[in-house]
Every structure is written in structure tokens, then in C-alpha cells.
Design a protein around this ligand. Structure first.
Ligand code: GDP
Length: 421
């Protein structure tokens, strides 16, 4: 049985916390796409832990964690993360499994990312993710399995560097890289990761045959999907639920639950259309109340009202079977609450989520105004005990999205969660 956890907005919906909350029921938590550009935050026993690559299931001793073939692996970030977890007393060895087929981020990917970002202005994190995916689809990428053979690694690197050094020097005026130094660095990395590398596709299928429960964890969010998001202001992979199948090697028929995560409002990092964005003091207030600063870069997140047109689209594209609504506590601190239910363009109500950026930039969101509850939710443990206004928001989401909201998050801590039948 596979449950997919997908960000239903522009990322940062609180996947770290929800995966952590669902992990006790799972045998395996498997990450299916993205790289160390994601930052999943878990608050556990008063400590804040930010994970970029390793699924937050690692914090539960009985859970095995997989980094799937769809992920692009940053050696530096991986080592730092393993070291951080081990320093905290978390056992990683024997519990973390990395796919042979995952692509590896090389130093030139990071240099190219920075150089291109200055020209394109997408708002990427500069971690080399985009260029690593470009190489994957150009069929010149270096995979974890290539690190096992020095000759193959050298050959692929020489081929890549001939092109990348010319590009770095001639197009971007950036520094050039030396093959020997990279070979030495990555062979050493191979010795480090060797014990974690395995055929994760077979591992997952064996688990499925044994009736084990797998949580497939996406990074970023559906509206940043390279195919279905607000292209070109998107990430380089498929955070949508289909990405779980390609990024792990599991068939769609194995997936029986797709949980979409949404904040009770919206945020977006980086550039791109954002119809319900709040530009003035209300946006700033939401940013402060929700601590909306990137977990990876510290960049302030753009904040706005909950957008049910975008969320409905996300439910459709992902096949979301149930929603989890996070940060209800934050929204309820605002003096008034608005929720977008429709887009208009030149007076006409749009029937579907626009496919292009210029249209999305020009839509006029229509809002419903709801009463705020303006009281703390930390002691609330059931839906019935929630303020009536918060219940009304949940019901509005269900009515517009056509799926139940089964999980409500009322604070950053592990236990601040309400499960609904
Ligand atoms: P992710 O990438 O989707 O895991 O999201 P992030 O970790 O980047 O951002 C979510 C942030 O919100 C983290 O700092 C979480 O600790 C925090 N968080 C998650 N759920 C809640 C919630 O219900 N209320 C509050 N106040 N914070 C939350």
C-alpha cells in the first residue's frame, strides 16, 4: 500500500510535519523527486530539525527511508544531513537506502545554476538542481551507479567538462573546473555512500509484496511541477503524484491514497504568478505570524489568501483523495480572513485554472470573506472543539475541492494535529 504525500500549492505546506505525523503507521518513507532545494521542518520535543534530502521518517526508529531514483543527490548536503542526524543520536546506517539510479549533483551544476539564475530570474535556490535535471534528460548525467567505477566516472566527467567548461568560460565568464579534482572528490564520496546504495525499486516492491505500508514523500508543490505548474516559474521535476511512480519505480496501481497538503493561506518563494498575493501590511503580518521564511535559503516567502481555484486544480491533477490543512492557528490570528473561490478575466468567470503565466497574472480573484476566530488553537484536539469559524473554513474547502479534509494542523509541534474520521 502506498500513500503519496504531495504539496498541493507552491511548496512549504508543512510536508515535514505531516510526514512525521504519519510515519508511525508506515514501514518505509520514500522521497521521490527534487533535491536539497527542499527544506522539510519538523518540530520535535522543542527542537527544530530541518531536513533537505532524507525523509523526515528517519526520526522514527522503526521506519526505513529511501531516496529514490527521481531525486538529484547533492553529496555535500547528504553528508551534512547524515552527520547532523547522527550527532542528534538518530541511527541512519542500516535505515537509509539510496537508489543506484539517482543522479548526482556535480560542482558544475551549481556554477551553472548561479550563472543561469542571474540571466533568467526564476528564483531558484542555486543548488544545482535544474542543471542536474537538464543533464539527466540530455542523457549525460552522472548517476550514483557511475561512481562505483573510476573509469566510467572519469570518462563521463571528461565528456561533461569539455562542454561545461566551455559554457562556463565563454557564455557566463565563470571559473573552469578540473577533472582530476572532481574525480578524487567523488570517488571519496562513493566510499562514503557505498553502504547506503541499493536497488531501491526492488526494495520497495519486496516491501509491497510483504504488505508493508509505504509513504511516498514529494518535495515542493504541484503548482511548481515542471509540467503542470506555472511554467517557467517552476521546479525542474514532477512533485505531482505521478512523480511518485516514476521517481520510485512503483506502479500507479500500487497507490491507494493521495494526501494533498495545503496551508490555510498561500505562500510562494521565488518569482512567478500568484493571484491572491497580499502586497501590503496584511502580507507582512501573515509572513511574521507564520514565520514565512524559506527553510533552505531564509528568503522571505510571498504570502496571500487561500486560493481554492488553484487548490481545486491541484486536487484534480494529483488525484488527491484527502486534504490536510496546515497553519490554521496562523490564519486565525488575522483580524479578517478571505478565501478566493473564483477567477474572473475581463468580467468572465474562468472555468479552469489558466495554463499560461500572462493569464494568471491578469486574473481577478473573487473572494468570500470569513469571520476570524482570533483565539489560540493549541489545546484543541478535535474538529468539534474548533471555533465555529475555523470549521466553516474547512467546510468551504471541502465544498470547493470535492474531497474531505482529514487532517488539520494547529501548530508546528508534532502533537498539534487534529485527525478527522
Ligand atoms: P515543507 O517543505 O512542506 O515541509 O514545509 P516547511 O518545513 O518549509 O514549512 C512549514 C513550516 O511551518 C515549518 O516551519 C513547520 O514547522 C511549520 N508548521 C507546519 N505546520 C504548522 C502549523 O499547523 N502551524 C504552525 N504555526 N506552523 C506549522
Amino acid at each position: 500500500m502506498v500513500t503519496v504525500i504531495v504539496g498541493a500549492q507552491w511548496g512549504d505546506e508543512g510536508k515535514g510535519k505531516i510526514v512525521d505525523a504519519l510515519a508511525p503507521e508506515a514501514h518505509i518513507v520514500a522521497r521521490y523527486q527534487g533535491g536539497a532545494n527542499a527544506g522539510h521542518t519538523v518540530v520535535c520535543e522543542g527542537k527544530t530539525i530541518v531536513l533537505h534530502l532524507i525523509p523526515s521518517g528517519i526520526l522514527h526508529e522503526h521506519v526505513q527511508c529511501v531516496i529514490g531514483n527521481g531525486v538529484v543527490l547533492d553529496p555535500v548536503a547528504l553528508r551534512q544531513e547524515i552527520a547532523m542526524l547522527e550527532d542528534m543520536g538518530v541511527r541512519v546506517r542500516g535505515r537509509l537506502f539510496i537508489s543506484h539510479k539517482a543522479h548526482v549533483i556535480m560542482p558544475y551544476h551549481k556554477l551553472l545554476d548561479h550563472a543561469r539564475e542571474q540571466q533568467q530570474g526564476i528564483g531558484t535556490t542555486g543548488r544545482g538542481i535544474g542543471p542536474a535535471y537538464i543533464d539527466k534528460y540530455s542523457r549525460v548525467g552522472i548517476r550514483v551507479v557511475d561512481l562505483l567505477d573510476r573509469r566510467v566516472l572519469e570518462e563521463k566527467l571528461r565528456h561533461n567538462l569539455a562542454e561545461k567548461n566551455a559554457l562556463l568560460a565563454k557564455v557566463y565568464g565563470a571559473e573552469q573546473l578540473d577533472v582530476e579534482a572532481i574525480v578524487a572528490e567523488y570517488l571519496e564520496f562513493d566510499r562514503f555512500i557505498d553502504e547506503f546504495v541499493t536497488d531501491t525499486t526492488t526494495l520497495l516492491h519486496t516491501a509491497l509484496r510483504e504488505g508493508k505500508r509505504i509513504l511516498a514523500e514529494g518535495a515542493q508543490g504541484a503548482l511548481l511541477d515542471v509540467d503542470h505548474g506555472t511554467y517557467p516559474f517552476v521546479t525542474s521535476s514532477n512533485p505531482t503524484s505521478g512523480g511518485a511512480c516514476t521517481g520510485l519505480g512503483i506502479p500507479p496501481t500500487a497507490v491507494d491514497r493521495i494526501i494533498g497538503l495545503a496551508k490555510a493561506y498561500s505562500t510562494r518563494v521565488g518569482n512567478g504568478p500568484f493571484p491572491t498575493e497580499l502586497h501590503g501590511s496584511e502580507g507582512e503580518l501573515l509572513r511574521q505570524l507564520g514565520s514565512e521564511y524559506g527553510a533552505t535559503t531564509g528568503r522571505p516567502r510571498r504570502c496571500g489568501w487561500l486560493d481554492l481555484v488553484a487548490l481545486r486544480y491541484s486536487v484534480m491533477v494529483n488525484g488527491i483523495t484527502e486534504l490536510a490543512l496546515t497553519k490554521l492557528d496562523v490564519l486565525g490570528m488575522l483580524p479578517r480572513i478571505k478565501v478566493c473561490t473564483r477567477y474572473r478575466l475581463g468580467g468572465t468567470v474562468l472555468k479552469s485554472f489558466p495554463v499560461d503565466v500572462p493569464t494568471l497574472d491578469n486574473v481577478e480573484p473573487e473572494y468570500i470573506e470569513l469571520e476570524s476566530w482570533q483565539c489560540p488553537l493549541e489545546d484543541v484536539t478535535s474538529f468539534d472543539a474548533l471555533p465555529r469559524q475555523a470549521q466553516a473554513l474547512v467546510e468551504l474547502v471541502e465544498e470547493h475541492c470535492g474531497v474531505p479534509v482529514r487532517l488539520l494542523s494547529t501548530g508546528a509541534a508534532r502533537e498539534q494535529i487534529i485527525w478527522r474520521q
